[in-house]
Write a protein that binds this ligand. Structure first.
Ligand code: ADP
Ligand code: ASP
Ligand code: MG
Length: 402
């Protein structure tokens, strides 16, 4: 059997954890399996590297930032290969350029294009455990790129697909996917299974237990994922196409604090303004989520929307430069906001669901600033300081606890 095992930052945070992971990999190897290990940077290394870059300049070049961040994963894989070797088993570490794993050119948010499996196969055939850097790729200029925060999950799924692995296991610091972040909602319940579609919404709406692109890729290549704890042997969560569970009305609650609201005020109420605004942002690869446009009055209107908080400064600078083109009187923003979402394949055409969520929030006097809905999710924008409380009351309202 060929097994891809991915371990996140906390699972390789120190010497003891590295040896714990090494032992788990060796256990599978000794049963005769081929083992490919994908690692993240140790602990909070990536955050530390970003902070270091900002000590130098508030606006580091995206290429240089990727050059810096990719070092984190390289440290992990080298140490892991040494740990495995010291336990008497052959291992080799490889980075993205050595494989190679090629991506698009977009530094900081590159997309994987192709994985050459020859080198990996060769090393597996000589009975080595192959330890590969997550999160990184190499582009057509031979530069290192990164796949976006949390991207090691995507590396693991892509490798599982490319190598036609029999199993893809994602090890983290919780023992599965829960109905809400168990650190915020202590009585959240572990899901034994979840479908790709629900998991994709969940991940896109803030449940960072899996990188959303990893779920997208798992669905596309039909890679079944097991989300497990690196510290226990508890049964985790299986992410797959169809689940045995009946369609729950609501299967989970997610919070996303990486969000900010922008309001473009007093633009002309005429055709083409919304196009100019969102085209400008799209051309700079700034994603927009919830959009609200006010009803026109005296030939003017306001347009508000949310962007990732990490894109806020760039978006505000762009909008300020283009106020005249956009006919805007003012541009404002607020980054002390959070998105709370409920997700569930069963909520399609069930009108009571939104009301129930709003009732729960109003019961604890939490003000809703924006609302967005789709067939399988309802999202509200609220003040960030209310986020954790909101998670708990909404989770309770839908009786999702144990
Ligand atoms: P890793 O470093 O292993 O990739 P992450 O920090 O990226 O780990 O993801 C694991 C974290 O995801 C957990 O510690 C947990 O706080 C958070 N999380 C958010 N939502 C959920 C959820 N619904 N179920 C489980 N964990 C969740
Ligand atoms: N080390 C990277 C990050 O912190 C990638 C990952 O953990 O998946 O975002
Ligand atoms: Mg992660």
């Amino acid at each position: 059997m060929l097994i891809v095992k991915k371990f996140g930052g906390s699972s390789v945070a120190d010497r003891e954890r590295i040896f714990n992971v090494a032992a788990r990999c060796i256990e599978d190897y000794k049963k005769g399996n081929d083992v490919v290990v994908v690692l993240s940077a140790m602990g909070k290394t990536t955050d530390g590297l970003i902070a270091k870059a900002h000590e130098i300049t508030p606006n580091p070049s995206k290429r240089e930032l990727d050059m810096l961040l990719t070092t984190g994963e390289q440290v992990s894989v080298a140490l892991m290969a040494m740990a495995i070797q010291s336990m008497g088993v052959q291992a080799i570490s490889l980075n993205a350029a050595q494989i190679p794993m090629t991506t698009t050119t977009a530094y900081g948010q590159a997309k994987l294009k192709r994985i050459d499996s020859e080198r990996i196969r060769h090393e597996l055939d000589s009975r080595k455990i192959v330890v590969i850097t997550g999160f990184q790729g190499v582009n057509k200029y031979d530069d290192l790129t990164t796949l976006g925060r949390g991207g090691s999950d995507t590396t693991a799924v892509a490798l599982a697909a490319a190598l036609r692995a029999d199993r893809c296991e994602i090890y983290t610091d919780v023992d599965g996917v829960y109905t809400a972040d168990p650190r915020v909602v202590p009585n959240a319940r572990k899901l034994s299974e979840i479908s790709y579609d629900e998991m994709l919404e969940f991940a896109s709406l803030g449940a960072k237990v899996l990188h959303n692109r990893s779920v997208e890729m798992a669905k596309r290549y039909n890679v079944e994922l097991a989300v497990l704890s690196s510290l226990s042997c508890a049964e985790g969560t299986i992410v797959k196409e169809k689940t045995k569970m009946e369609k729950m009305l609501v299967s989970g609650v997610a919070v996303d604090k990486n969000t900010a609201r922008i309001s473009v005020l007093g633009v002309k109420d005429e055709p083409g303004i919304a196009f100019k605004l969102f085209d400008l942002l799209a051309r700079h690869r700034i994603n927009v989520d919830i959009i609200i446009q006010s009803i026109g009055r005296e030939n003017q209107k306001d347009i508000s929307f949310t962007v990732d908080r990490t894109d806020l400064d760039e978006a505000m600078a762009l909008l300020r430069e283009n106020m005249e083109v956009l006919t805007a009187q003012a541009v404002e923003c607020n980054s002390a906001v959070a998105k709370i979402s409920i997700i569930g394949a069963g909520m399609t055409s069930n009108p009571g669901v939104a009301a129930k969520m709003f009732e729960a929030l109003s019961g604890v006097h939490i003000n809703i600033r924006m609302i967005a809905t789709s067939e399988i999710r309802i999202t509200v924008l609220i003040d960030e300081e209310d986020a954790n409380r909101a998670m708990r009351v909404v989770h309770d309202a839908f009786s999702l606890a144990e």
